[in-house]
Design a protein around this ligand. Sequence first.
Ligand SMILES: Nc1ncnc2c1ncn2[C@@H]1O[C@H](COP(=O)(O)OP(=O)(O)OP(=O)(O)O)[C@@H](O)[C@H]1O
Ligand SMILES: [Mg+2]
Length: 244
Amino acid sequence: MIIAKALTKKFGNLTAVDNLYLHVRSGEIYSFLGPNGAGKTTTIRMLTGSLSPTSGAIEIDRKRYEQDEITIKRGIGVVPDEPRMYENLKGIEFIEFVKGIYHLDPKLTDQRFNELCAAFDIDFLQTYIGDYSHGMKQKLMVISVLMRRPKVLFLDEPTVGLDARAARVLKTLLDHFRNEGSAILLTTHILEIAEKMSDRIGIIRNGKMVVEGSMEDLRKIGNNQANSLEDIFLDLTSKDASAG
Ligand SMILES: Nc1ncnc2c1ncn2[C@@H]1O[C@H](COP(=O)(O)OP(=O)(O)OP(=O)(O)O)[C@@H](O)[C@H]1O
Ligand SMILES: [Mg+2]
């Protein structure tokens, strides 16, 4: 569902993403990990069509941005690293705006939306987004995406700002989406989330993939069954690690 081939992004002299290959299948949660500045957000921005690659190819559900940008964007769900929304709208107005631009059927969407509001304890839709806390904005962003039931989901550090209960709700929902066949690519610095939730994990450093595989595969690389993802991550991303 999500394919990147030789994906590269240069900002001047800096190669933020360097010849990256990615493949996230339907029914799979893929955790994309790496230290600060490794290139995760840059990769997601290219995969979601908000930043053009310097070189390389992207396919989303067998389509390419060069030909089918609108179709792709209509079908994917994106929770960006910062929940940027119109501050002078009320929460409910933002939701109506999203329903409008995606031409969502109110009969289908309203029920899902109400369920999501209940799950995330959202009772602030009548106030202005400008007055929301970070976590409140994040919850609104998450439900505005999930109410569309996208088959391809990108989430850049989605639990940042969420309280423990909301983070748990999100994890349960993502699990459900995966079981329904969605392809999910997420980034997180909370390795416990990646370890527990993902089918596969990719770790990047300096824009290059250092290691990729299931938790079991990664443990083999660590050569010790007891290794936690944290041990493996710190080992592979340390300054003197040979790769990258
Ligand atoms: N628009 C830009 N112009 C110039 N450099 C950029 C731009 N966006 C990102 N970078 C650089 O690209 C590199 C990768 O940044 P990116 O935001 O992708 O990292 P990240 O893996 O998401 O990090 P974090 O974990 O901190 O979110 C960094 O060195 C960053 O400074
Ligand atoms: Mg980032």
